[in-house]
Write a protein that binds this ligand. Sequence first.
Ligand code: HPA
Length: 273
Amino acid sequence: MKENFGERIGIAAASIPKEFRAAKGPRTAIVLGSGLSGIAKGMGLKELPYASIAGYPKPTVAGHAGVMYLSEKTIVCAGRFHYYEGFPMDDVVFPVFLLRELGVTNLVLTNAAGAVNEKYSPGDLVLIKDHLNLLGTNPFIGPNPSKADGTALGERFFDMSAVWDRDLRRLARESSPKKMRSGVYAAMTGPSYETPAEIGMLRTLGADLVGMSTVPEAIAASYLGMRLLGISCVTNMAAGISKRPLNHVEVTEAGKRAESELRDLLLGILKRL
Ligand code: HPA
């Protein structure tokens, strides 16, 4: 991370109007993945465009709205920052640090993912039980982030043995009308989809799901001691499983179809927290 990362977060938090900063106890935040940003609408939350927050990265991808939706208990981020877009890792994890500053202790990361596990089907919502960081980098490379007074925001070497919270997974299962599977999510940089050989490699490595997001944010959430839940929306079978080539439009459309089910699940989870 850059030397001034901690200060940058402090400045961003201070630029948010007080009414949005007031939290009644611990808050839960949800980060919405590709094609899933419609979910926040109709949840009765106040809108705060990313552009109004000092130093917030600017989204580049269509379908990533760039709005934070807030209430005293809940924050939903519609629009995330991917490594493949060319954002430095500081920008990719910036929202997670800001959310922690805003009182968030439970974080729900959602994404669109390809199924490596042949038992999954497009449209499935799968809980993330662990991940593989195959991005070839780590957001914490560089100085350990600290506040303006020099105190570190977290430990230099931090535990990653229980990143994805078992209790939150149980709560998600209890909130779902269907049986939910849980799997290992492998993060690849993209933006190219994988080759069939790469999917074979990921399966050998123990992956059930593949995507281009989520893992940097999960590492940041771990560093900050947040309780983490991950939900992958399976938009396609990964390369080589079906004979058909992968197509971004089909992937986002499959995400859209799963939106209402994911919204119901998220609302159920929020109610139980
Ligand atoms: N691979 C990588 N990322 C993805 C995929 C995939 O098959 N589907 C949705 N995001």
